[in-house]
Design a protein around this ligand. Structure first.
Ligand SMILES: [Zn+2]
Length: 119
């Protein structure tokens, strides 16, 4: 299905993508608590952008030879995550959007990982 020589780096990118999405979901879940205990929370807010940047890098590396539907799931989830970050201060629904995006990223990378691992 894909070029066998790059399987290992694709798999690593999928693991990186799943990890960063999971960490962002945990981070966003913990934000209200973090804000409550820390007066200097603004830098914590910026962590989402770091997770997003890692996610874009991982998606770029992992989806080079992926089928279109899988690219749509992974890149669509990243766009959804960016949207949720941008809407964070405007709408409370953005948190829900972030969890959906994280779930989409984890699912997409997991399927991609399974497809490229043994092919
Ligand atoms: Zn986050």
């Amino acid at each position: 299905m894909t070029s066998e020589k790059k399987v290992t780096s694709y798999s690593k990118s999928d693991i990186l993508g799943m990890t960063s999405a999971a960490l962002c979901a945990v981070h966003c879940l913990a934000m209200p608590i973090l804000i409550a205990v820390s007066l200097t929370y603004r830098w914590l807010d910026g962590l989402c952008y770091i997770f997003l940047a890692i996610g874009v890098y991982a998606a770029y590396r992992a989806t080079k030879c992926s089928p279109l539907w899988l690219k749509v799931i992974i890149w669509g989830s990243l766009v959804m995550m960016l949207t949720s970050i941008l809407l964070e201060s405007v709408s409370p629904i953005s948190v829900v959007l972030n969890y959906i995006a994280a779930a989409g990223l984890i699912t997409g990378h997991y399927i991609n990982y399974r497809q490229t691992k043994h092919s």
